[in-house]
Design a protein around this ligand. Structure first.
Ligand SMILES: Nc1ncnc2c1ncn2[C@@H]1O[C@H](COP(=O)(O)OP(=O)(O)OP(=O)(O)O)[C@@H](O)[C@H]1O
Length: 387
């Protein structure tokens, strides 16, 4: 959908901002451009909507050489989101959002209806926020309006330059999540510039890691983290690679441990004897269909004995995550509930639990899989003890 063919940009003072760049972004793909300040990310992006012209080379959008397309017409097909959102201070949020459709000649009512729909899409109720002015919104809300506005004319391509850079980390994570949900629905072809490798990893289908004016590696987040192509990339990806990997490694059934199980309809004594046999101090409580009901401790089960029912003694289990969620989420839930383990569910069906040791093992498996170029399920090692 977007193709760079040997593109070089040299500024008048001799600075080579982008040097012989070739890469391709597929339709519906989200590619993040990441690298240190001054490496040429913004220059790359601004050449796509012809705010900057390349010195040599060609750029194609949807198969068309953009040098032959009128820049104004080109920009109508390309949404642009920047960090300083640049909303018009004297126009309402609704009118700000409707700017581009109005420019391209939509009727006012249609443009506004579209704007309201988009505000809704980015999580701002148009009834509440549509009539406000930019200064009456928080930074994060303004950023969302910026995204809504860029999408208003339904462009197939979206360029985003540090779109979440101006907000605090908590809001940023929230905006990133919302953006991913939205992108799953609208499937734009997106180029997104960031200097934050964590953001690049969370958002990108693929990541272009920039060195000085060049792409050092262009690959999936897992590959960039797992097998950096050059020492430079390894350095950039950083020492806390394990932590970053937590956000991209998904929980699989083979990562899980099978704990002792108590049945909802059995007696506490039965449950206690099974826990003793398995040297377990607690058991998960499942119903007849294998759905998670909660958990029960050995001591309380033993104390209640024959007269106690598991059903009456079970505690609610709030520390759970769906299978396929990133390890980071499981880790977060563990910390949030101060729990030594989290249950992993497929819908409501119980699959197993993730303990800190299993989490560590899953991470190691992921590192080894990338190093050996095989699937994570195929990695074999003995136990966490020899890690
Ligand atoms: N108009 C210009 N004239 C001369 N040099 C420029 C001009 N614009 C950018 N540069 C230089 O080109 C290089 C790449 O700049 P660019 O803005 O693309 O980097 P970036 O990776 O987006 O950086 P940042 O993350 O700081 O925004 C830098 O060395 C910059 O100083």
């Amino acid at each position: 959908m977007i193709r760079f063919d040997q593109v070089t940009k040299r500024y008048a003072d001799g600075t080579t901002a982008v040097d012989d760049l070739s890469f391709e972004v597929a339709e519906g793909e989200l590619v993040t451009l990441v690298g240190p300040s001054g490496c040429g990310k913004t220059t790359t992006m601004m050449m796509v909507n012809r705010l900057i012209e390349p010195t040599s080379g060609r750029i194609y959008v949807d198969g068309e050489d953009i040098a032959t397309v009128d820049p104004v017409k080109l920009r109508r097909r390309i949404g642009y989101v920047i960090q300083q959102v640049g909303l018009f201070p004297h126009r309402t949020i609704l009118d700000n959002t409707a700017t581009v459709p109005a420019l391209v000649g939509w009727k006012k009512a249609k443009a506004r209806a579209r704007a309201a729909e988009l505000l809704d899409l980015v999580g701002l109720d148009p009834k509440t926020y549509g009539g406000r002015y930019p200064e009456q919104l928080s930074g994060g809300q303004r950023q969302r309006v910026g995204v809504a506005r860029a999408l208003a004319a339904d462009p197939p391509v979206l360029l985003m330059d540090e779109p979440f850079g101006a907000v605090d980390p908590v809001v940023r994570e929230q905006l990133q999540d919302e953006f991913l949900r939205m992108q799953a629905a609208v499937r734009k072809t997106v180029l997104l510039v960031t200097h934050d490798i964590e953001e690049a990893v969370r958002l990108g289908d693929r990541i272009a890691v920039y060195g000085q004016g060049r792409i050092e590696q262009f690959d999936t987040p897992g590959a960039v983290l797992g097998t950096p192509a050059t020492p430079y990339v390894a350095e950039f990806v950083g020492a806390d690679r394990g932590l970053k990997r937590l956000s991209v490694t998904e929980i699989e059934p083979y990562d899980l441990e099978q704990p002792a199980v108590a049945r909802l309809d059995e007696s506490a004594a039965q449950a206690a004897s099974r826990m003793r046999a398995e040297a377990a101090r607690w058991a998960v409580v499942l119903d007849g269909g294998g759905d998670l009901h909660g958990w029960i401790g050995l001591d309380e089960a033993a104390l209640a004995g024959q007269d106690g029912r598991v059903r009456d003694l079970a505690h609610r289990m709030n520390a759970w995550v769906p299978v396929g969620a990133p390890l980071k989420q499981a880790f977060g839930v563990m910390l949030q509930h101060d729990a030594g383990w989290v249950a992993v569910l497929d819908g409501s069906r119980f699959l197993g639990v993730l303990t800190p040791a299993k989490l560590h093992e899953a991470l190691r498996r992921s590192v080894d899989a990338d190093a050996q170029g095989i699937a994570r399920a195929e990695v074999e090692f003995d136990s966490v003890a020899d890690a």
